[in-house]
Design a protein around this ligand. Structure first.
Ligand code: NAG
Ligand code: NAG
Ligand code: NAG
Ligand code: NAG
Ligand code: NAG
Ligand code: NAG
Ligand code: NAG
Ligand code: NAG
Ligand code: NAG
Ligand code: NAG
Ligand code: NAG
Ligand code: NAG
Length: 835
């Protein structure tokens, strides 16, 4: 911290690796008037080192020093009248410092913040609230905000959790930021310093619990040694007001306990879970509770014994009741379906399973419902289950880890997507029924409720694998506290805290972040057709065909004339009837269904006209072109910030945005090629299938290279690429350039496979223009692929190359391991042409 401050004060932008996230406390200048607003003392009303109030005191001291170079002495317990920050609980303040007026009744975890120049009062309803208040004040200081304020802030819901999908071996399911900070080789890691830093970040955005292991849970977490490890983790998080929870495997009594059953009504099973729960609370006295995925995607559950999901959930609820713990029970339960049945529909599953059980769950069970009925797609309608549970507490499940949304290798700022659901009015009983009022318990008068988000930070110093993705974790915390907040305002706080107060940085990063989700939707899957990614493999690149022809029920039902799921009651799956009347009526009727969900609800011809006036197919083509074009602009916008952001983060981000420009074109062309091929309907703007500036690799003179037919076909230009003849043959592809002389950007599309690091060299007339290696598996965060496909396809660009007509272009590819230096095409892009 000190070193950072020193460099920054000299005007040098220090290199940063991301470890502090938005809690960098970067140096700001403070002279004259400003100085008088800095407190000289910090009064901390609890001197116990493990207390969140103690942490609040030391964060305040570090923050003041680091941001403004001002040293504030800490006084324990004794109140000072002026020039001081006092931090503690309301109760402690009244006891120590005397009476207080004007403070409204605070809710659990809430706080009161009052700043009158150098006199600052930060008072929590509890220790945790006091820490939250301290972070709020520090956030103001770090943004140069010295306004006099006096307000209370209260959580909208008690459950503000994150879920980690960490496995015991240290891997993370759908994690893109390196291995687990919690587990390694089947045990809890020794060094928990990253856990402490995670606790600090989470506390600063008021997250109060972490479920630390994968919902696809491994019973070995419950061995005596691991229980001790859980105790150590909980000890590290506790000073930050963060509790831990764990995911359970339903079959544990059998697989770990050695019983011959895991029937939730069997007394030996009940006893086994009581005993495990007791041991857990011996190690973790304040454990938040359990998260359970049962009867879902092959995980064991009560159905194995013909028991209901509520009987399964209540087994754990009863075990937890003596300790005050809660069960988060996932609503993500569905079966494999047969696409031949027109009315089969996975989207209906949650309501079908849970609605009949409403009222049968114990009071400490919360049903955790994904925001949409399928699975974290780029856009989904609000899950109708929110409108079907009146006597059961519920929470929304969001996903910070960008599983279907670019895996941290694409910039996608998610809060605007989440808001489409949080702000959605389900009109239950014809009354206002916003999802955010349902999950907080307000609408149906439930005590419990809130939100959970799958986060999956890893050991990478960037936490999530990319600096810009941290806006999603920050935004999640802010919305979990108050879902009515504005995503753009949240984003701007994050930008100032993360990159400083330069107005150009603020404006630019706001613009590209706010455009990022619409752009991603445009080039991945639009009109409610879902993210058209490969659902059978990595969930990353394009593969529209993978949605259909299997039992997973993420169908598009696309054929040569038509596309979309008919989810109407009148002629389809009946899903729209799961909504309350007013909403059902909107979706039932194609003329009132919004364009952006049209194909979610209706099966139509490609020539069907949208409200916008465009046909479905032309909208696909246009949106994919505009989406990819937006992504090109992200890079140039970011490059305009060179010098305004430290070199390390500037380059890290630039590299990802550069990659995204190329991969957005891979997406655009794959989806457009696929539907162009399927429908046979031409693009009225004559772009799809027309690439006048490309030279296909297979049309070049090949030596050591051979032609390779790519599958899925739409992920190669002209469906064909080239690969080296064997994995120890160097390949050469040459051709004469037939474009007019001039300055071009040269783009080379190639495939970077897992399992090798090929090397390519690009020449014009034997003069080397550039070289590169197929090492993206080490540099980018997304799941790599072992095939030539939409995940491995990528593009590298060389800008401003002088080309003479008749020049000889040559690419030399050296294979490595299983990666045969694959090439798709080269594009000569005149200035301003995207290709
Ligand atoms: C101070 O914090 C510790 C640890 O959280 C807690 O046990 C203790 O009760 C607190 N003291 C007071 C006076 O609140
Ligand atoms: C300063 O912070 C307060 C409290 O968060 C906020 O209401 C106010 O809008 C901020 N002022 C500026 C100029 O950002
Ligand atoms: C559970 O963890 C143990 C210990 O690390 C490991 O041996 C086992 O393979 C894991 N089981 C599953 C299903 O992943
Ligand atoms: C499952 O339980 C239901 C209701 O309790 C009962 O009607 C049905 O016969 C049971 N099925 C089996 C296979 O036990
Ligand atoms: C799906 O249903 C069709 C028609 O009833 C049947 O021919 C087919 O075998 C079924 N497929 C599966 C995987 O069950
Ligand atoms: C749900 O609660 C309401 C009152 O809040 C009650 O009238 C109703 O019977 C309950 N329904 C069930 C299924 O428990
Ligand atoms: C973080 O991940 C990037 C790739 O996203 C990688 O280049 C870097 O080595 C990783 N750093 C650490 C410390 O894990
Ligand atoms: C009604 O459903 C059938 C399949 O059962 C489908 O073939 C037909 O196109 C649908 N009709 C309309 C008007 O959507
Ligand atoms: C959709 O296309 C099919 C095949 O071309 C045609 O028979 C049908 O009438 C079209 N439906 C509508 C509603 O235009
Ligand atoms: C998305 O596509 C639509 C339709 O082409 C276009 O109007 C809109 O500007 C695009 N937005 C972005 C951010 O690409
Ligand atoms: C679609 O692709 C297939 C196989 O690549 C090809 O035979 C067919 O002609 C294409 N159809 C259209 C309309 O482009
Ligand atoms: C080339 O491929 C073969 C067969 O897949 C493999 O056994 C061999 O190790 C590879 N050679 C290199 C240099 O990777």
């Amino acid at each position: 911290m000190r070193i950072l401050f020193f460099l920054a004060s000299l005007g040098i932008v220090a290199a940063e690796n991301g470890l502090d996230g938005w809690l960098r406390y970067a140096s700001l200048s403070c002279t004259g008037q400003c100085r008088s607003k800095l407190p000289a003392n910090i009064v901390v009303l609890n001197a116990t080192e493990t207390s969140p109030i103690y942490i609040a005191g030391s964060e305040l001291q570090i923050g003041l020093k680091s941001i403004y170079g001002s040293h504030a002495e800490i006084t324990w317990g004794k109140c000072k009248a002026s020039s001081s920050v006092v931090v503690g609980t309301v109760e402690q303040y009244r006891e120590t410092c005397g009476s207080l007026s004007g403070i409204p009744e605070l809710e659990e975890d809430g706080f009161w913040l009052s700043t009158q120049g150098d006199k600052v009062r930060i008072l929590g309803s509890n220790d945790r609230g006091a820490l939250y208040g301290a972070f709020e004040y520090l956030s103001m200081l770090a943004q140069g905000n010295f306004s006099a304020v006096a307000y209370a802030s209260n959580p909208s819901a008690p459950i503000r959790w994150v879920n980690q999908w960490d496995n015991m071996d240290g891997s993370i399911e759908r994690g893109y930021g390196g291995p687990s900070i919690f587990f390694k080789d089947g045990a809890i890691v020794e060094d928990l310093s990253r856990v402490k830093q995670y606790g600090r970040l989470l506390a600063s955005v008021r997250i109060n619990a972490v479920v630390i292991n994968n919902v696809n849970a491994n019973a070995t977490l419950l061995t005596p040694e691991n229980l001790k490890g859980l105790g150590r983790i909980a000890d590290v998080f506790r000073p930050y007001g963060v509790k831990i929870g764990i995911s359970l495997n339903f079959a544990s009594p059998e697989t770990l306990g050695g019983l011959d059953t895991y029937d939730p009504l069997d007394t030996s099973v009940i006893d086994w879970w009581s005993s495990v729960t007791e041991q857990l609370y011996q190690n973790v006295p304040d454990m938040a509770g359990y998260l359970v995925k049962a009867d879902s995607e092959g995980e064991p559950g009560p159905a194995v014994y013909n028991r209901t999901l509520s009987q399964g959930a209540n087994l754990f609820a009863k075990a937890l009741q003596p300790y005050g713990g809660i069960v988060m029970f996932r609503a993500f339960v569905y079966n494999q379906l047969n696409e031949s049945n027109w009315d089969a529909d996975r989207a209906k599953a949650a309501v079908d399973f849970f609605k009949p059980l409403d009222g049968e769950f114990e009071e400490n069970v919360v049903v955790q419902i994904k925001f949409g009925p399928i699975d974290f797609q780029v856009r989904e309608p609000t899950s109708p289950l929110f409108a079907n549970l009146f006597n059961t507490s519920s929470a929304i499940e969001l996903e910070v880890t960008q599983e279907y949304l670019g895996q941290q290798s694409h910039l996608v700022y998610l809060p605007p997507l989440w808001k489409t659901v949080l702000d959605f009015d389900l009109r239950v009983d014809h009354k206002p029924s916003l999802v955010r009022d349902i999950i907080t318990g307000k609408r149906f008068n439930r005590k419990l409720g809130g939100s959970a988000a799958v986060v999956n930070v890893g050991t990478n110093t960037t936490w999530l694998g990319s600096h810009l993705s941290m806006s999603n974790l920050y935004g999640y915390g802010r919305l979990a506290w108050n879902a009515a907040d504005d995503p753009e305002a949240i984003l701007q706080d994050w930008i100032r805290l993360t990159f400083g107060l330069d107005p150009t940085v603020l404006k630019t990063l706001t613009q590209l972040s706010m455009e990022s989700w619409p752009a991603y939707e445009n080039y991945s899957g639009n009109l409610g057709i879902q993210t058209l990614t490969d659902i059978l493999y990595t969930h990353y690149g394009p593969n529209p065909q993978s949605q259909d022809g299997n039992g997973w029920g993420q169908w598009t039902r696309a054929d040569s004339t038509s596309i979309g799921m008919d989810r109407t009651v009148s002629n389809g799956t009946g899903y729209s009837g799961q909504y309350p009347d007013e909403i059902a009526a909107i979706y039932e009727d194609i003329s009132t269904t919004p364009d952006d969900l049209l194909l979610w609800f209706h099966h139509v011809n490609y020539t069907h006209r949208l409200h916008s006036g465009k046909t479905i197919i032309q909208h696909f083509y246009d949106a994919h072109y505009s989406g990819a074009e937006s992504a090109q602009s992200f890079l140039t916008q970011w490059e305009s910030l060179k010098g305004k952001v430290d070199e390390e983060r500037y380059n890290h981000i630039r590299h990802r945005l550069d990659y995204q420009t190329g991969h957005s074109i891979v997406w655009r062309d794959a989806i457009n090629n696929f539907y162009h091929n399927l429908s046979g309907i031409p693009d009225t703007s004559k772009r799809v299938g027309h690439h006048p500036w490309r030279i296909e690799a297979e049309n070049m003179n090949l030596d050591g290279y051979k032609v390779y037919t790519v599958s899925p076909f739409e992920t190669a230009s002209g469906s064909i690429a080239i690969v080296t003849a064997s994995n120890d043959t160097v390949g050469t592809a040459t051709t004469k350039v037939d474009f007019p002389s001039g300055t071009y950007d040269l783009a080379v599309n190639y495939y970077d496979l897992y399992g090798g690091k090929s090397h390519w060299e690009l020449y014009l007339n034997n003069h080397q223009i550039g070289e590169w290696a197929g090492n993206s598996e080490d540099v980018l965060s997304h799941t790599p692929s072992i095939y030539l496909d939409g995940h491995s396809a990528m593009r590298i660009k060389f800008r401003g190359v002088m080309v003479q007509k008749g020049d000889v272009l040559k690419i030399v590819g050296k294979p490595d391991g299983v990666e045969p230096a694959p090439l798709d095409y080269v594009a000569f892009l005149p200035q301003g042409v995207v290709d």
